[in-house]
Design a protein around this ligand. Structure first.
Ligand SMILES: NC(=O)C1=CN([C@@H]2O[C@H](COP(=O)(O)OP(=O)(O)OC[C@H]3O[C@@H](n4cnc5c(N)ncnc54)[C@H](OP(=O)(O)O)[C@@H]3O)[C@@H](O)[C@H]2O)C=CC1
Ligand SMILES: O=C(OP(=O)(O)O)[C@H](O)COP(=O)(O)O
Length: 361
């Protein structure tokens, strides 16, 4: 059993903890938490051992009935590997602590790529993490773009990718980012940081990205245009390619899923924890071919898509399972499977009004 310590129990850390707990080959050693607040209570209620990130606040944990298991220093010493899910920039400050204990670590996409030896996406470059001690799981947007681009890259070649990222303004718990009523070029400089970040996974790829933020907490939406080196025979071939990707949910036209709100509703109806959507959500109807150019739109649940990638990155560091083997276990244990949407598509031919049916009979 791989003992995994999670340092930083916020939006990403709490989801990674729950995902690790579901794996047959891993266990959660404990979680590092700084503030003794409702999220700390939630960790305690879920029976995670809580370690203090800031010793000066240890009394605050005791006052709310949380019996600390130690400090983050202890957590690092007792774990086989650390998932650092602290805010952007704090991970880099933590790296010397992990080095001191010779404990390998994963970092998140808010860190600069230089924090680790490898920037990781399970679908695109799993093998590169096998000999590493420090790995950065790329950000939610970069994860979504890597999953989207990998099959195109392999099957048709990518001459040039251009992406407009309509970014959610903040996560639901980030009350400090609102209320807002605006659409803000963010970053206003072009290209945005996302293009260079995708190149940490696909070094040769020619990609330009621009970003803006809008007042929603639900999901990011990408408008993508890719010039392919080789033209697919038919757009249906591309649709089929994505239907066969394990972490891409292709949205069939009949489903009536018209935006991030209906996607979240779908996830909640499906009983997903926290309404999480781990897959890229790609509208089939938006897949369009014009000459060598492919267009499409996809939505990315920023709180969730990096979670299975963290689990796979832990296995990549171990070096015992292949990408396909690890992804299969992660998908199965988390329940990454909304293919029931496609099990219904055959019925669309019979979607006639009662009057039409009677007329035919
Ligand atoms: N949120 C998102 O949409 C995504 C975020 N990421 C990346 O994941 C990383 C984490 O982001 P996110 O989960 O949103 O962050 P959160 O702010 O939600 O959580 C951060 C956690 O780290 C703790 N923390 C803060 N400062 C320190 C410190 N000095 N030492 C130890 N722990 C500390 C916080 O403690 P406390 O609250 O107790 O003070 C909290 O538990 C970032 O790199 C981010 O860019 C990647 C993909 C998507
Ligand atoms: O990694 C993320 O986004 P990014 O890919 O746009 O950098 C997360 O959604 C965090 O974004 P934020 O920088 O708006 O907090």
């Amino acid at each position: 059993m791989l003992r995994v310590g999670i340092n930083g129990y916020g939006t990403i850390g709490k989801r990674v903890a729950d995902a690790v707990r579901k794996q047959p080959d891993m266990e959660v050693q404990g979680v590092g938490k700084r503030s003794p607040d409702y999220v700390a209570v939630n960790a305690d209620e879920r029976d995670y051992a809580v370690y203090a990130a800031d010793e000066s606040r240890a009394d605050g944990f005791r006052e709310i009935g949380i019996d600390l298991a130690g400090t983050v220093d202890d957590l690092v010493a007792e774990s086989d590997v650390i998932v650092d899910a602290t805010p952007s920039g704090v991970g880099a400050e933590n790296r010397p602590l992990y080095e001191r204990h010779e404990t390998p670590a994963l970092f998140q996409g808010g860190e600069d790529a230089t924090v680790a030896e490898v920037s990781f996406n399970a679908r695109a470059n799993y093998e590169e993490a096998e000999d590493a001690d420090y790995v950065r799981v790329v950000s939610c947007n970069t994860t979504g773009l890597s999953r989207f681009l990998a099959p195109l890259h392999e099957n048709y070649g990518v001459e040039k990718a251009r992406v407009t990222l309509v970014r959610r303004g903040g996560d639901p718990d980030q009350t400090g980012r609102g209320p807002i009523n605006d659409a803000v070029p963010d970053p206003v400089s072009i290209p945005s940081h996302h293009g260079p970040d995708v190149q940490t996974v696909f070094p040769e790829l020619d990609i330009d990205t621009v970003g803006l933020k809008v007042p929603t907490t639900m999901m990011h939406v990408h408008s993508v245009n890719v010039t392919l080196e080789e033209r697919p025979d038919d757009v249906e071939d591309v649709t089929e390619l994505y239907r066969n990707e394990d972490r891409v949910l292709t949205i069939p036209d009949y489903a009536g899923i018209d935006g991030a709100g209906t996607l979240k509703d779908l996830a909640q109806d499906a009983g997903r924890p926290r309404g999480d959507i781990w897959e890229n959500c790609l509208w089939e109807e938006s897949l369009t071919l014009q000459g060598q150019d492919l267009y499409c739109m996809q939505a990315i649940h920023q709180e969730a898509d990096v979670v299975p990638e963290n689990v796979d990155a832990l296995r990549a560091l171990e070096g015992e399972l292949s990408s396909a083997e690890s992804r299969a276990i992660t998908n199965e244990t988390l329940g990454i499977d909304l293919t029931h949407l496609h099990g219904r598509t055959d019925l669309t031919a019979d979607r006639r009004t009662p009057d039409e049916s009677l007329a035919d009979d």
